[in-house]
Design a protein around this ligand. Structure first.
Ligand SMILES: [Zn+2]
Ligand SMILES: [Zn+2]
Length: 176
């Protein structure tokens, strides 16, 4: 499914259209009598295009529902998110870099529980200068350590991380 989201299928389709178009020109120039085949090819291509458009729209919608929870603003080991409930900004620092599992956690600004999807959409947002104190967590299964803090406000008094961003285990991470 990931391949569908890349431009690969689109380029392939354009190439196929181009070939059918070439054959059509060839057919007209040399009167080859390929009309039926060409019409079938065009029909198949149009069906393929519609399927691709449908899959893309479906994926975009799925992505959107997730993004509503929290949004990422920066790349690197440090990630900034925006809580859709309180619109507060908060930061997460992870010890391992290639951790792409969804994370269920409380918002460090307002305490509501949300899920950060594996691939949150990037948003541009000003990061407030004032930073709260940090809370650190450790996954007892894989050892992943993360630090969480609120930007521009105080840290909510009861922050919890319910799943590990690295190994994906759905066990609360240990606060220390
Ligand atoms: Zn919040
Ligand atoms: Zn873990």
């Amino acid at each position: 499914m990931t391949y569908i989201r890349t431009n690969g299928p689109l380029i392939l389709l354009v190439l196929l259209y181009f070939w059918v178009f070439l054959f059509t020109l060839f057919n007209i120039s040399f009167n080859k009598g390929w009309k039926t085949y060409l019409i079938i090819s065009f029909g198949l291509l149009i069906i393929l295009t519609l399927i691709l458009i449908y899959i893309r729209i479906k994926n975009t919608k799925k992505l959107y529902i997730n993004i509503e929870e929290f949004e990422k603003t920066l790349e690197g080991g440090l990630y900034h998110f925006k809580c859709p409930t309180c619109t507060g900004i908060f930061a997460i620092k992870k010890s391992k870099s290639n951790n792409k599992k969804p994370v269920k956690m409380t918002c460090p600004d307002c305490g509501i529980i949300g899920v950060i999807p594996s691939y949150p959409l990037c948003i541009e947002e000003e990061i407030p200068e004032k930073k709260s104190i940090k809370t650190s967590f450790k996954c007892l299964t894989c050892g992943e350590a993360i630090a969480v803090w609120a930007e521009g406000t105080d840290l909510h008094n009861d922050i919890q991380v319910f799943s590990c961003p690295f190994c994906g285990i759905k066990k609360p991470l240990k606060k220390f």
